[in-house]
Write a protein that binds this ligand. Structure first.
Ligand code: PGA
Length: 246
């Protein structure tokens, strides 16, 4: 059975106090379930101290270089030394606002894997690309270029996240069928480029306006293994409803 997982992406939100309260509320509501919280860099240490075995901690980015004179950057080694387990790589906001390309993303994935972090690789098309009808080609390029030179062993720690750009933060979720189509396509790509076993094992999340009101319906699709949740992850009770829907 494939692993199912819900990941919160807090983005650039919360003061330290707000973060502490949010984690405490999540711990009070989560019961025996498990979720990953990708918090801002500055909150990682505190989050790690507050987390128990029901909560995995992740970062939202890492530097594409290993270490050295890169003022202001955070390395994979630094994240690993905090006990961070996960790191989001290639989020569309990083591609859009910080000009990250597939080459940078590939370098980041390699550094994450080298430091025993589980990278959550995001990919997804714009509305224009969807309307043009060539979105599967775009996704194929994104995924293949991001995974360049990674072998099956490397891929065993990678989580994939389909996040159509037009659905992120817009309130406009992809329909379960639209998401399922892409998840099946990507799983087939992994099967062809690696192996059917790996394709069957790899966890593919959906992200883009997931809320408690649409989560159940999305999770019914058999190739959707969980969600990467932005806005709705900033409210503990709303987030926990999504965690419980899987
Ligand atoms: P959203 O964000 O849930 O607010 O649409 C998802 C994401 O960007 O990971």
């Amino acid at each position: 059975m494939r692993r199912k997982i819900i990941v919160a992406n807090w983005k650039m939100n919360t003061s330290l106090d707000e973060a502490i309260n949010l984690i405490i509320d999540i711990k009070n509501l989560i019961g025996d379930d498990y979720a990953v919280l990708c918090v801002p860099y500055t909150h990682l240490g505190t989050a790690q101290e507050l987390a128990d075995d029901r909560i995995g901690i992740g970062a939202q980015n890492l530097c594409s270089r290993e270490e050295g004179a890169y003022t202001g950057e955070i390395s994979g080694k630094m994240l690993a030394s905090f006990g961070v387990e996960y790191v989001i790589v290639g989020h569309s906001e990083r591609r859009k606002y910080f000009s990250e390309n597939n080459t940078d993303i590939n370098a980041k994935l390699k550094i994450a894997i080298k430091n025993d972090l589980s990278p959550i690789l995001c990919f997804g098309e714009s509305l224009e690309q969807r309307d043009k009808g060539n979105y599967l080609e775009i996704i194929k390029t994104q995924v293949e270029e991001a995974l360049q030179d990674l072998n099956a062993q490397d891929l065993s720690s990678v989580i994939l996240a389909y996040e159509p750009i037009w659905a992120i933060g817009t309130g406009q979720t992809a329909s379960p069928q639209q998401a399922q189509e892409v998840h099946v396509f990507v799983r087939k790509l992994i099967s062809e480029n690696y192996s059917p076993e790996l394709a069957n094992k790899i966890c593919i999340l959906y992200g883009g306006s997931v809320k408690s009101s649409n989560a159940k319906e999305i999770f019914k699709e058999k190739d959707i293994d969980g969600a990467l949740v932005g806005g709705a992850s900033l409210n503990a009770s709303e987030f926990i409803k999504i965690v419980k829907a899987i």
